[in-house]
Design a protein around this ligand. Structure first.
Ligand SMILES: CC(C)(COP(=O)(O)OP(=O)(O)OC[C@H]1O[C@@H](n2cnc3c(N)ncnc32)[C@H](O)[C@@H]1OP(=O)(O)O)[C@@H](O)C(=O)NCCC(=O)NCCS
Length: 146
């Protein structure tokens, strides 16, 4: 981890990953809060599930399902108005399944340009057929987005 150049030192501030793909950006709203006023963990998990599905969708080319959340770590709280950036990378391709790592970075409401890593997770998705059964992945090497 390193600090953002040109900004005051903040021990939690990190640089964004260059080796992962930005797959989602979203801003949580007051309706997404828990009783403490922070963002509800289940809301973050839903966003991570959506973000994590982006890369697997290129391989599955069709219906798929989340089969496992292998790891999920809430490192820092998420707050209303944070700009959340979801970065993802492929970590494993199997016969019918794809596993990705997702990292979530928050730009706090009053400190734009500084990023705090709030969440990281590993999820596995399975390509499924019309009856909901696993099917072999049709795409070995999908084109990368521009
Ligand atoms: C996804 C589903 C079709 C898989 O069926 P299954 O009988 O477990 O399938 P298999 O045992 O053949 O495994 C299929 C693939 O998933 C992987 N897998 C299964 N369980 C896993 C687990 N706990 N963790 C990681 N990968 C897993 C297998 O390794 C296999 O991958 P591979 O073919 O690339 O080697 C079935 O479990 C299902 O329908 N689950 C519900 C999915 C769902 O509704 N998700 C949304 C939650 S609300």
């Amino acid at each position: 981890m390193s600090t953002q150049p040109g900004l005051p030192h903040d021990p939690l501030s990190v640089t964004l990953p260059l080796d992962k793909e930005l797959v989602l950006k979203v801003i949580p709203m007051p309706a997404d809060c828990n009783a403490n006023g922070d963002i509800f963990g289940g809301w973050v998990m839903a966003q991570v599930d959506l973000a994590g599905s982006v890369i697997p969708a290129r391989y599955a080319e069709g219906r798929m399902a989340t089969v496992a959340v292998n790891e999920f770590i809430f490192k820092q709280p998420v707050r209303v108005g944070d700009i959340l950036s979801f970065y993802s990378e492929l970590t494993r391709i199997g016969r019918t399944s794809i596993t990705v790592k997702v990292e979530v970075y928050a730009e706090r409401f009053h400190s734009q340009g500084r990023y705090v890593k709030v969440t990281e997770a590993s999820l596995t998705y399975v390509a499924i057929d019309d009856t909901g059964q696993p099917r072999p992945l049709p795409v070995a090497s999908p084109p990368r987005p521009l």
